[in-house]
Design a protein around this ligand. Structure first.
Ligand SMILES: *Cc1c(COP(=O)(O)O)cnc(C)c1O
Length: 371
């Protein structure tokens, strides 16, 4: 098809109608992992036992998709409440991944000069979604040496910026550490607005604020099934005071949790022992991997309460190590391009024992090229 000279081009429409701040963005890049050992995205490396797959398929056979899903996912929420021990006086909101919950919360406070605040380096979605919704975002730097949460600095930043929502990933991504509980409690108490504890890594962590719900009227707990082993289904959940959850629920798009996700996560929750055993195995492997990594004098290994380990190249070679691992078929996350305190850092998701062993062999070669 030819185009008449007078008709605007695609690019003309983009320039005229798409917001400049959106045009300036780069789409979230997910690298291809085809044929690689995939240790970049905090997925659970284990699939389901055959008997469980068979039982699941039976459930799916009895599921029909001609009707819309239950908009509130009631059966799933009931099961979640009991398995995850969500306090009964707290409300639950389901999201298409916790990313969608972050989006709902930020949309609910967006505009009118409200501020979203989070420690940095932290989970990128808090900043990105603030940008999409034209909401002010204020990062507060962690201590660049050990990624500890500087409480006084954080309290001062809250005083200065009066954040509508503070996001605290506990444990933190991409650093893997779990900050001091006393600091978190001090932030919840002093915060002028809402505090969301993002417990995406709860299956691997030694502490949780789930039991603290109800102690604070501004506290919300967000979790996801992604890191536990169901990343492909996209299910996150937000627990907190009913009055707040009710407002976020108004922004939720109808039927945001599809039928297959509802049925499958409900099924998975009735077999939590399988997933808990996988999480326990991952924690054991994490310890072994951390010990092995600590043998490399050229690396600094950071403590982790999550299913990944952050390391820093002490010789400034993160980019080269990343590429040499890739050449050997291992994909990790290179955080060095993000700069700042993450310069020379790589994030390695804990894989199966075999994957970890192959990674360590590749790393040995990457750290000693030409030898
Ligand atoms: C992975 C991750 C999420 C997003 O999880 P989804 O449920 O897959 O959207 C949220 N918060 C943190 C800190 C994460 O690392």
């Amino acid at each position: 098809m030819t185009q008449t000279a007078s008709h605007p081009s695609e690019q003309d429409y983009v320039m005229r109608w798409i917001r400049p701040d959106i045009r300036a963005l780069h789409a979230y890049h997910v690298p291809s992992a085809a044929g690689l050992i995939k240790l970049d995205a905090m997925e659970n490396p284990y699939t389901w036992p055959e008997a469980l797959v068979e039982e699941w398929l039976q459930h799916l056979r009895n599921t029909s998709v001609n009707r819309y899903p239950d908009p509130a996912g009631r059966q799933l929420v009931t099961r979640l409440r009991s398995v995850m021990q969500i306090p009964s006086d707290q409300a639950v909101l389901l999201g298409n991944g916790s990313d969608e919950l972050i989006q709902m919360m930020i949309m609910a406070v967006a505009g009118s000069d409200n501020v979203i605040m989070a420690p940095e380096p932290g989970f990128v979605m808090y900043r990105m979604i603030s940008g999409f919704t034209q909401t002010r975002y204020q990062g507060v730097p962690l201590d660049p040496e050990h990624f500890e949460l500087p409480l006084d600095t954080f309290l001062a930043a809250m005083e200065e910026h009066t954040p509508a929502i503070v996001f605290l990933a506990y444990p933190n991504n991409p650093t893997g550490n779990q900050w001091e509980r006393a600091s978190i409690e001090a932030i919840i108490t002093a915060a002028p607005g809402l505090v969301v504890i993002d417990e995406a890594y709860a299956p691997f962590a030694s502490d949780s604020f789930m039991g603290d719900l109800g102690r604070f009227p501004n506290l919300l707990i967000m979790r996801t099934f992604s890191k536990l082993g169901l990343a492909g289904l996209r299910l996150g959940y937000l627990c907190g005071p009913p009055a707040l959850i009710q407002e976020f629920d108004k922004i939720r798009l109808p039927y945001n949790i599809n039928t297959l996700t509802q049925v499958t996560t409900d099924f998975a929750l009735s077999h939590m022992d399988v997933f808990s055993a996988q999480a326990a195995l991952i924690k054991t492997s994490r310890q072994a991997l951390a010990t092995a990594l600590a043998q490399f004098p050229a690396l600094e290994v950071f403590p982790s309460e999550a299913n990944f380990i952050l390391v820093r190249s002490l010789t400034g070679k993160a980019d080269a190590i990343f590429e040499q691992l890739l050449d050997q078929g291992v994909l990790v996350k290179n955080l060095s391009p993000q700069g700042g305190a993450l310069r020379d850092c790589l994030r390695i998701t804990v894989g199966t024992e075999e994957e970890n062993a192959r990674f360590l062999t590749a790393l040995e070669i990457a750290l000693n090229p030409g030898s």
